[in-house]
Design a protein around this ligand. Structure first.
Ligand SMILES: [Zn+2]
Length: 387
Protein backbone atom coordinates (compact mmCIF):
# COMPACT_ATOMS: atom_id res chain seq x y z
CA UNK A 1 0.00 0.00 0.00
CA UNK A 2 2.75 2.31 1.09
CA UNK A 3 4.57 1.38 -2.06
CA UNK A 4 1.41 2.24 -4.11
CA UNK A 5 1.06 5.68 -2.52
CA UNK A 6 4.76 6.35 -3.08
CA UNK A 7 4.33 5.33 -6.69
CA UNK A 8 1.33 7.70 -7.07
CA UNK A 9 3.40 10.62 -5.74
CA UNK A 10 6.08 9.69 -8.17
CA UNK A 11 3.59 9.88 -11.03
CA UNK A 12 2.39 13.34 -10.03
CA UNK A 13 5.25 15.41 -11.60
CA UNK A 14 4.81 13.36 -14.74
CA UNK A 15 1.09 14.22 -14.80
CA UNK A 16 1.86 17.92 -14.36
CA UNK A 17 4.45 17.69 -17.11
CA UNK A 18 1.89 16.07 -19.42
CA UNK A 19 -0.72 18.75 -18.64
CA UNK A 20 1.82 21.50 -19.26
CA UNK A 21 2.87 19.81 -22.43
CA UNK A 22 -0.74 19.68 -23.65
CA UNK A 23 -1.33 23.29 -22.61
CA UNK A 24 1.81 24.36 -24.38
CA UNK A 25 0.81 22.38 -27.45
CA UNK A 26 -2.57 24.04 -27.57
CA UNK A 27 -0.97 27.47 -27.17
CA UNK A 28 1.63 26.83 -29.80
CA UNK A 29 -0.98 25.55 -32.22
CA UNK A 30 -3.17 28.56 -31.58
CA UNK A 31 -0.27 30.98 -32.01
CA UNK A 32 0.91 29.25 -35.15
CA UNK A 33 -2.56 29.30 -36.68
CA UNK A 34 -2.92 33.02 -35.95
CA UNK A 35 0.55 33.80 -37.16
CA UNK A 36 0.10 31.80 -40.32
CA UNK A 37 -3.37 32.96 -41.27
CA UNK A 38 -2.43 36.63 -41.78
CA UNK A 39 0.84 36.13 -43.65
CA UNK A 40 -0.95 33.69 -45.96
CA UNK A 41 -3.45 36.46 -46.79
CA UNK A 42 -0.70 39.02 -47.24
CA UNK A 43 1.16 36.74 -49.61
CA UNK A 44 -2.02 35.92 -51.51
CA UNK A 45 -2.63 39.64 -51.92
CA UNK A 46 0.92 40.26 -53.04
CA UNK A 47 0.68 37.40 -55.50
CA UNK A 48 -2.41 38.95 -57.06
CA UNK A 49 -0.52 42.23 -57.32
CA UNK A 50 2.42 40.61 -59.04
CA UNK A 51 0.05 38.86 -61.45
CA UNK A 52 -1.51 42.27 -62.20
CA UNK A 53 -4.85 41.08 -60.79
CA UNK A 54 -5.44 44.34 -58.99
CA UNK A 55 -9.11 43.77 -58.10
CA UNK A 56 -8.42 40.44 -56.40
CA UNK A 57 -5.39 41.96 -54.64
CA UNK A 58 -7.47 44.79 -53.24
CA UNK A 59 -10.19 42.30 -52.18
CA UNK A 60 -7.57 40.25 -50.41
CA UNK A 61 -6.11 43.27 -48.57
CA UNK A 62 -9.59 44.45 -47.61
CA UNK A 63 -10.20 41.00 -46.15
CA UNK A 64 -6.99 41.24 -44.10
CA UNK A 65 -7.89 44.67 -42.80
CA UNK A 66 -11.33 43.37 -41.66
CA UNK A 67 -9.61 40.73 -39.52
CA UNK A 68 -6.79 42.96 -38.40
CA UNK A 69 -7.36 46.69 -37.83
CA UNK A 70 -3.61 47.35 -38.14
CA UNK A 71 -3.71 46.20 -41.75
CA UNK A 72 -5.44 49.51 -42.66
CA UNK A 73 -2.00 51.09 -42.40
CA UNK A 74 -0.72 48.45 -44.80
CA UNK A 75 -3.37 49.46 -47.34
CA UNK A 76 -2.60 53.13 -46.93
CA UNK A 77 1.11 52.50 -47.37
CA UNK A 78 0.46 50.35 -50.42
CA UNK A 79 -1.82 53.00 -51.93
CA UNK A 80 0.67 55.82 -51.61
CA UNK A 81 3.43 53.54 -52.92
CA UNK A 82 1.34 52.87 -56.03
CA UNK A 83 0.79 56.59 -56.56
CA UNK A 84 4.50 57.34 -56.23
CA UNK A 85 5.18 54.71 -58.89
CA UNK A 86 2.65 56.35 -61.18
CA UNK A 87 0.15 53.48 -60.81
CA UNK A 88 -2.72 55.84 -60.15
CA UNK A 89 -5.56 53.43 -61.01
CA UNK A 90 -4.33 50.92 -58.40
CA UNK A 91 -3.85 53.63 -55.77
CA UNK A 92 -7.33 55.01 -56.45
CA UNK A 93 -8.92 51.56 -56.15
CA UNK A 94 -7.34 50.93 -52.74
CA UNK A 95 -8.19 54.36 -51.34
CA UNK A 96 -11.74 54.37 -52.69
CA UNK A 97 -12.44 50.95 -51.16
CA UNK A 98 -11.35 52.35 -47.77
CA UNK A 99 -13.44 55.51 -48.13
CA UNK A 100 -16.54 53.44 -49.06
CA UNK A 101 -16.27 51.15 -46.05
CA UNK A 102 -18.26 52.05 -42.96
CA UNK A 103 -16.32 49.84 -40.56
CA UNK A 104 -13.12 51.89 -41.05
CA UNK A 105 -12.45 54.31 -38.16
CA UNK A 106 -13.20 57.96 -38.98
CA UNK A 107 -9.57 59.08 -38.73
CA UNK A 108 -8.34 56.40 -41.15
CA UNK A 109 -11.21 57.06 -43.53
CA UNK A 110 -10.33 60.75 -43.64
CA UNK A 111 -6.71 59.92 -44.34
CA UNK A 112 -7.83 57.58 -47.15
CA UNK A 113 -9.98 60.46 -48.49
CA UNK A 114 -6.96 62.79 -48.43
CA UNK A 115 -4.94 60.15 -50.31
CA UNK A 116 -7.78 59.65 -52.80
CA UNK A 117 -7.83 63.39 -53.56
CA UNK A 118 -4.10 63.21 -54.29
CA UNK A 119 -4.70 60.23 -56.62
CA UNK A 120 -7.26 62.27 -58.59
CA UNK A 121 -4.87 65.23 -58.58
CA UNK A 122 -2.02 63.06 -59.95
CA UNK A 123 -4.35 61.61 -62.59
CA UNK A 124 -5.26 65.12 -63.76
CA UNK A 125 -8.90 64.69 -62.64
CA UNK A 126 -8.91 68.21 -61.22
CA UNK A 127 -12.68 68.54 -60.65
CA UNK A 128 -12.78 65.39 -58.55
CA UNK A 129 -9.58 66.29 -56.67
CA UNK A 130 -11.03 69.73 -55.92
CA UNK A 131 -14.28 68.24 -54.56
CA UNK A 132 -12.51 65.73 -52.29
CA UNK A 133 -10.01 68.31 -50.97
CA UNK A 134 -12.95 70.62 -50.18
CA UNK A 135 -14.76 67.80 -48.35
CA UNK A 136 -11.82 67.55 -45.93
CA UNK A 137 -12.60 70.94 -44.35
CA UNK A 138 -13.05 70.54 -40.61
CA UNK A 139 -10.91 67.37 -40.49
CA UNK A 140 -7.34 66.88 -39.26
CA UNK A 141 -6.16 67.15 -42.89
CA UNK A 142 -7.82 70.49 -43.60
CA UNK A 143 -4.66 72.64 -43.82
CA UNK A 144 -2.73 70.20 -45.99
CA UNK A 145 -5.77 69.61 -48.19
CA UNK A 146 -6.28 73.37 -48.61
CA UNK A 147 -2.65 73.84 -49.77
CA UNK A 148 -3.05 71.00 -52.27
CA UNK A 149 -6.37 72.45 -53.41
CA UNK A 150 -4.57 75.74 -54.09
CA UNK A 151 -2.06 73.94 -56.29
CA UNK A 152 -4.88 72.22 -58.25
CA UNK A 153 -6.45 75.64 -58.81
CA UNK A 154 -3.05 76.99 -59.93
CA UNK A 155 -2.89 74.29 -62.58
CA UNK A 156 -6.42 75.18 -63.69
CA UNK A 157 -5.47 78.88 -63.69
CA UNK A 158 -8.49 79.56 -61.44
CA UNK A 159 -6.68 82.45 -59.78
CA UNK A 160 -9.60 83.97 -57.83
CA UNK A 161 -10.44 80.59 -56.24
CA UNK A 162 -6.73 79.92 -55.64
CA UNK A 163 -6.47 83.23 -53.75
CA UNK A 164 -9.28 82.14 -51.40
CA UNK A 165 -7.64 78.72 -50.83
CA UNK A 166 -4.24 80.34 -50.05
CA UNK A 167 -5.87 82.78 -47.65
CA UNK A 168 -7.41 79.81 -45.82
CA UNK A 169 -3.97 78.12 -45.71
CA UNK A 170 -2.54 81.27 -44.12
CA UNK A 171 -5.35 81.34 -41.53
CA UNK A 172 -5.03 77.64 -40.71
CA UNK A 173 -1.23 77.35 -40.55
CA UNK A 174 -0.11 80.90 -39.75
CA UNK A 175 2.53 80.56 -42.51
CA UNK A 176 2.69 83.77 -44.62
CA UNK A 177 1.44 83.25 -48.20
CA UNK A 178 1.89 86.85 -49.37
CA UNK A 179 4.53 86.15 -52.05
CA UNK A 180 2.39 83.42 -53.63
CA UNK A 181 -0.80 85.51 -53.40
CA UNK A 182 0.99 88.37 -55.18
CA UNK A 183 1.93 85.98 -57.99
CA UNK A 184 -1.72 84.85 -58.34
CA UNK A 185 -2.79 88.48 -58.73
CA UNK A 186 0.05 89.07 -61.22
CA UNK A 187 -1.25 86.12 -63.26
CA UNK A 188 -4.64 87.87 -63.36
CA UNK A 189 -2.90 91.12 -64.31
CA UNK A 190 -1.03 89.41 -67.15
CA UNK A 191 -4.27 87.95 -68.52
CA UNK A 192 -5.86 91.43 -68.34
CA UNK A 193 -2.85 92.92 -70.16
CA UNK A 194 -3.25 90.34 -72.94
CA UNK A 195 -6.94 91.28 -73.27
CA UNK A 196 -5.89 94.93 -73.39
CA UNK A 197 -7.90 95.71 -70.23
CA UNK A 198 -5.50 98.09 -68.48
CA UNK A 199 -7.97 99.04 -65.72
CA UNK A 200 -8.44 95.39 -64.68
CA UNK A 201 -4.69 94.98 -64.83
CA UNK A 202 -4.11 97.93 -62.49
CA UNK A 203 -6.69 96.56 -60.01
CA UNK A 204 -4.95 93.17 -59.97
CA UNK A 205 -1.52 94.82 -59.57
CA UNK A 206 -2.74 96.90 -56.64
CA UNK A 207 -4.03 93.71 -55.01
CA UNK A 208 -0.66 92.03 -55.68
CA UNK A 209 1.14 94.91 -53.97
CA UNK A 210 -1.14 94.61 -50.96
CA UNK A 211 0.16 91.04 -50.56
CA UNK A 212 3.81 91.77 -51.35
CA UNK A 213 4.85 95.40 -51.63
CA UNK A 214 8.32 94.42 -52.92
CA UNK A 215 7.06 92.37 -55.85
CA UNK A 216 9.37 92.86 -58.84
CA UNK A 217 6.79 91.22 -61.06
CA UNK A 218 4.30 94.03 -60.39
CA UNK A 219 6.85 96.65 -61.59
CA UNK A 220 7.76 94.53 -64.59
CA UNK A 221 4.13 94.20 -65.70
CA UNK A 222 3.48 97.88 -65.12
CA UNK A 223 6.53 98.70 -67.29
CA UNK A 224 5.36 96.39 -70.10
CA UNK A 225 1.83 97.80 -70.06
CA UNK A 226 3.10 101.39 -70.05
CA UNK A 227 5.53 100.78 -72.95
CA UNK A 228 2.68 99.15 -74.90
CA UNK A 229 0.52 102.22 -74.22
CA UNK A 230 3.47 104.56 -75.00
CA UNK A 231 3.05 106.07 -71.54
CA UNK A 232 6.75 106.89 -71.15
CA UNK A 233 6.62 108.62 -67.75
CA UNK A 234 4.87 105.63 -66.09
CA UNK A 235 7.22 103.26 -67.90
CA UNK A 236 10.34 104.97 -66.64
CA UNK A 237 9.02 105.18 -63.08
CA UNK A 238 8.21 101.45 -63.16
CA UNK A 239 11.66 100.64 -64.56
CA UNK A 240 13.51 102.61 -61.88
CA UNK A 241 11.32 100.96 -59.26
CA UNK A 242 12.12 97.51 -60.68
CA UNK A 243 15.86 98.26 -60.53
CA UNK A 244 15.43 99.12 -56.89
CA UNK A 245 13.38 96.10 -55.75
CA UNK A 246 14.64 93.29 -58.01
CA UNK A 247 17.53 94.32 -60.31
CA UNK A 248 18.12 90.78 -61.59
CA UNK A 249 14.79 90.97 -63.48
CA UNK A 250 16.13 93.83 -65.65
CA UNK A 251 17.48 91.26 -68.16
CA UNK A 252 13.84 90.37 -68.92
CA UNK A 253 12.94 93.89 -70.04
CA UNK A 254 15.96 94.90 -72.18
CA UNK A 255 13.67 95.28 -75.22
CA UNK A 256 11.19 97.49 -73.35
CA UNK A 257 14.13 99.60 -72.12
CA UNK A 258 15.37 100.05 -75.67
CA UNK A 259 11.92 101.18 -76.85
CA UNK A 260 11.52 103.51 -73.87
CA UNK A 261 14.86 105.30 -74.14
CA UNK A 262 14.74 105.46 -77.94
CA UNK A 263 11.35 107.20 -77.59
CA UNK A 264 12.83 109.57 -75.00
CA UNK A 265 15.83 110.22 -77.27
CA UNK A 266 18.23 109.03 -74.54
CA UNK A 267 19.72 105.72 -75.72
CA UNK A 268 22.75 106.31 -73.47
CA UNK A 269 20.58 105.87 -70.39
CA UNK A 270 19.54 102.41 -71.57
CA UNK A 271 23.21 101.48 -71.59
CA UNK A 272 24.01 103.19 -68.27
CA UNK A 273 21.25 101.35 -66.49
CA UNK A 274 22.14 97.94 -67.90
CA UNK A 275 25.75 98.60 -66.91
CA UNK A 276 24.84 99.64 -63.35
CA UNK A 277 22.64 96.56 -62.88
CA UNK A 278 25.29 94.25 -64.35
CA UNK A 279 27.94 95.50 -61.93
CA UNK A 280 25.54 94.50 -59.15
CA UNK A 281 24.13 91.18 -60.44
CA UNK A 282 27.05 89.88 -62.61
CA UNK A 283 24.83 87.47 -64.51
CA UNK A 284 25.74 85.82 -67.78
CA UNK A 285 22.60 87.03 -69.52
CA UNK A 286 23.10 90.55 -68.09
CA UNK A 287 26.48 90.86 -69.82
CA UNK A 288 25.00 89.54 -73.09
CA UNK A 289 22.24 92.19 -72.91
CA UNK A 290 24.75 94.92 -72.05
CA UNK A 291 27.00 94.11 -75.03
CA UNK A 292 23.94 93.85 -77.34
CA UNK A 293 22.95 97.37 -76.21
CA UNK A 294 26.50 98.68 -76.48
CA UNK A 295 26.80 97.43 -80.09
CA UNK A 296 23.61 99.31 -80.99
CA UNK A 297 24.32 102.50 -79.06
CA UNK A 298 28.12 102.90 -79.12
CA UNK A 299 29.25 100.70 -82.03
CA UNK A 300 31.62 97.79 -82.33
CA UNK A 301 34.85 99.36 -81.06
CA UNK A 302 33.32 100.65 -77.83
CA UNK A 303 31.38 97.40 -77.30
CA UNK A 304 34.60 95.42 -77.70
CA UNK A 305 36.39 97.61 -75.15
CA UNK A 306 33.50 97.24 -72.72
CA UNK A 307 33.51 93.48 -73.18
CA UNK A 308 37.29 93.22 -72.60
CA UNK A 309 37.00 95.25 -69.39
CA UNK A 310 34.13 93.04 -68.17
CA UNK A 311 36.06 89.85 -68.95
CA UNK A 312 39.20 91.10 -67.18
CA UNK A 313 37.00 91.68 -64.15
CA UNK A 314 35.18 88.34 -64.36
CA UNK A 315 36.17 85.66 -66.93
CA UNK A 316 33.31 84.05 -68.86
CA UNK A 317 33.75 81.43 -71.60
CA UNK A 318 30.41 82.40 -73.13
CA UNK A 319 31.34 86.06 -73.50
CA UNK A 320 34.91 85.19 -74.56
CA UNK A 321 33.23 83.57 -77.59
CA UNK A 322 31.53 86.91 -78.33
CA UNK A 323 34.89 88.69 -78.02
CA UNK A 324 36.39 86.36 -80.64
CA UNK A 325 33.38 86.87 -82.95
CA UNK A 326 33.70 90.66 -82.72
CA UNK A 327 37.47 90.49 -83.09
CA UNK A 328 37.13 88.23 -86.17
CA UNK A 329 35.29 91.06 -87.94
CA UNK A 330 38.41 93.23 -87.57
CA UNK A 331 40.82 90.66 -89.02
CA UNK A 332 41.36 89.15 -92.46
CA UNK A 333 41.43 85.45 -93.32
CA UNK A 334 42.76 82.99 -92.21
CA UNK A 335 43.02 84.53 -88.68
CA UNK A 336 39.32 85.45 -88.73
CA UNK A 337 38.33 81.90 -89.68
CA UNK A 338 40.31 80.44 -86.76
CA UNK A 339 38.73 82.95 -84.36
CA UNK A 340 35.23 82.03 -85.53
CA UNK A 341 36.00 78.31 -85.13
CA UNK A 342 37.31 78.79 -81.57
CA UNK A 343 34.29 80.95 -80.77
CA UNK A 344 32.02 78.15 -82.03
CA UNK A 345 33.72 75.60 -79.79
CA UNK A 346 33.36 77.90 -76.78
CA UNK A 347 29.67 78.46 -77.54
CA UNK A 348 29.05 74.73 -77.76
CA UNK A 349 30.86 74.17 -74.47
CA UNK A 350 28.80 76.82 -72.68
CA UNK A 351 25.44 75.99 -74.26
CA UNK A 352 24.72 73.76 -71.31
CA UNK A 353 24.51 76.84 -69.10
CA UNK A 354 21.15 78.39 -69.93
CA UNK A 355 20.38 81.87 -68.65
CA UNK A 356 18.30 80.96 -65.60
CA UNK A 357 18.14 78.43 -62.78
CA UNK A 358 16.03 77.60 -59.73
CA UNK A 359 17.57 78.47 -56.35
CA UNK A 360 15.51 75.71 -54.76
CA UNK A 361 15.98 72.62 -56.96
CA UNK A 362 18.64 73.70 -59.48
CA UNK A 363 16.32 73.34 -62.52
CA UNK A 364 17.94 75.17 -65.48
CA UNK A 365 16.12 76.84 -68.35
CA UNK A 366 16.82 79.29 -71.16
CA UNK A 367 13.75 81.32 -70.10
CA UNK A 368 12.45 82.75 -66.86
CA UNK A 369 9.66 81.00 -64.90
CA UNK A 370 7.71 82.64 -62.08
CA UNK A 371 6.82 79.13 -60.85
CA UNK A 372 9.63 76.58 -61.20
CA UNK A 373 8.60 73.66 -63.47
CA UNK A 374 10.97 71.42 -61.48
CA UNK A 375 9.77 71.95 -57.90
CA UNK A 376 6.58 74.02 -58.41
CA UNK A 377 7.84 76.74 -56.05
CA UNK A 378 7.13 80.40 -56.81
CA UNK A 379 9.80 83.13 -57.11
CA UNK A 380 12.76 80.74 -57.01
CA UNK A 381 14.16 81.46 -60.50
CA UNK A 382 17.19 83.67 -60.88
CA UNK A 383 19.81 84.61 -63.50
CA UNK A 384 22.78 82.25 -63.69
CA UNK A 385 26.14 83.82 -62.78
CA UNK A 386 28.81 84.28 -65.43
CA UNK A 387 30.54 81.10 -66.54
ZN1 LIG B 1 12.81 74.50 -58.58
Amino acid sequence: MTTGIDAWWLLLPLAFFALGWFAARIDIRYVLREARSLPAQYFRGLNYLLRQEQDKAVESFVDISRRDPHALDLQLALGSLFRQQGKIAEATRIHRSMVDRHDVPKEKRELAQFELAQDYHAAGLFDRAEAVYESLRGTAYEAEAEAKLASVLEQEKEWAKAVRARERVERLTGAPQGAILANYRCEEAEAALLRGDRAAMETALAQALSHNRNSGRVRLLRLRAAVKAQDWATAEAALLDLERVQPELIVLVADEMETLYSALGQPGRWLDQLSAVQSETRSSLGLTRLIDASLKVEGRAAALERLKRALADQPSAREAARWLELEAELHGEPAAKTMREVANLLRRATDRTPGFHCRNCGFQAPRYYWKCPGCNQWDRFTTTPLS
